[in-house]
Design a protein around this ligand. Structure first.
Ligand code: DAK
Length: 257
C-alpha cells in the first residue's frame, strides 16, 4: 500500500492504521480511501486484533477529500465516484475504531474521524467542514454525523460558515471524547483501546452494533416507533388511572397493567 501503513504488535490486540500522504496533508484521494478500506477490512477479519486506531501525522489527520482529484468532475461522475464503496466498507467495520487526531481534521477528514467510534484529539487539532467555501457541501456523511454528534444549531453554524473549531471547542460540543496535550493523542488512544481489549470481544462488537442502531434508524422510523408506543399505552389501566387522578386532584395508584 502506498498511502496507508498498518502497524501491529505495538500493544496486544491493537492495530494502528496510519494515513501516509504527508505532502498533501493526507488529502483523501480515491487510492488512499480504497487502501484504507482494504486495510480495515483485513483487520476486521484478523482474530489477533480487537481494536483499531486510525491516525495521521502531527500536522494533519486529513485535510479533506482531494480537491485536485475532484475539481473537474461533473455531477454524474461524483454520483458514481468510486470512493463511495470504500466509504461504505469503512462504515461497516465491526470492531471498535478510535481516531487519534492531531492537526487538521477537515471536510472528508472530519467525516472519516466521525465514522470512527471514538475520537481522541491533541490540543493542536482543528476540526471543520469547510466544503461551503468550495461551493459544495459535505458528501461523505458530514451533514448527518455532525448533526447527530453536536446538534442542529451548531452543525448548521459549522457547515454554513465553514469555520474551524479547536480541539477544546470540539470537546465541549461533544464531537470528541477528549483533548490531550499535543503529541499525546496516540498514547491516550492506545490507553483507551487497551481498556476495551480487556472486555469480551463479542460483547464489545454487539455493543457497538447496538449503539450504532441509534444512528442508523431514520428519524421518520424513530418518530413512528415513538408514536406507536405512545398510542399503545392508551390500552393500559394505568393511563386511565393516571389521567383520572390528575383530573380528580388525587395521587394515582398504578398497577402496572
Ligand atoms: N485536497 C488536495 N490537496 C490538499 C488539500 C485537499 N483537501 N488540503 C491540502 N492540500 C495540499 C495543498 O494543495 C498543498 O499542496 P502543494 O501546493 O504543496 O502541492 C499541500 O497540501 C499543503 O497545503 P497548504 O500549503 O495549503 O498548507 P497550509 O498549512 O498553508 O494550509 C489548510 C493548511 C488545511 C488550511 C489548507 O491546506 C486547506 O485549506 N486545505 C483544504 C481544506 C478543505 O477545504 N477541505 C475540504 C475538502 S472538500 C462527496 C464526497 C466527499 C466530499 C464531497 C463530495 N460526494 C460523494 C459527492 C468531500 C469534500 C471535501 O472534503
Amino acid at each position: 500500500m502506498e498511502f496507508v501503513i498498518v502497524h501491529k504488535g505495538i500493544k496486544p490486540y491493537i492495530a494502528l492504521v496510519e494515513l501516509n500522504r504527508p505532502g498533501e496533508l493526507n488529502a483523501l484521494n480515491a487510492q488512499l480511501v480504497a487502501e484504507l478500506a482494504t486495510a480495515l477490512q483485513e483487520l476486521d477479519q484478523d482474530e489477533a486484533i480487537r481494536v483499531i486506531i486510525l491516525t495521521g501525522n502531527n500536522k494533519a489527520f486529513a485535510a479533506g477529500a482531494d480537491i485536485k482529484e475532484m475539481v473537474d468532475k461533473n455531477a454524474v461522475e461524483m454520483l458514481q465516484y468510486k470512493q463511495k464503496d470504500s466509504w461504505s466498507q469503512i462504515r461497516k467495520i465491526r470492531k471498535p475504531t478510535i481516531a487519534a487526531v492531531s492537526g487538521y481534521c477537515l471536510g472528508g477528514g472530519c467525516e472519516l474521524a466521525m465514522t470512527c467510534d471514538m475520537i481522541i484529539a491533541a490540543e493542536n487539532a482543528q476540526f471543520g467542514q469547510p466544503e461551503i467555501k468550495l461551493g459544495i457541501i459535505p458528501g461523505a456523511g458530514g451533514t448527518q454525523r455532525l448533526t447527530r454528534a453536536i446538534g442542529k444549531a451548531k452543525a448548521m453554524e459549522l457547515i454554513l460558515t465553514g469555520r474551524f473549531i479547536s480541539a477544546r471547542e470540539a470537546e465541549s460540543w461533544g464531537l470528541i471524547n477528549r483533548v490531550v496535550p499535543a503529541g499525546m493523542h496516540l498514547e491516550e488512544a492506545l490507553r483507551l483501546a487497551g481498556l476495551i481489549t480487556q472486555q469480551a470481544p463479542l460483547a464489545v462488537q454487539f455493543a457497538k452494533d447496538s449503539i450504532n442502531q441509534t444512528f442508523e434508524t431514520y428519524l421518520e422510523e424513530g418518530l413512528d416507533a415513538e408514536r406507536k408506543n405512545a398510542s399503545l399505552l392508551f390500552a393500559t389501566e394505568d393511563q386511565k388511572e393516571g389521567m383520572r387522578a390528575f383530573i380528580e386532584k388525587r395521587k394515582p395508584v398504578f398497577k402496572g397493567k
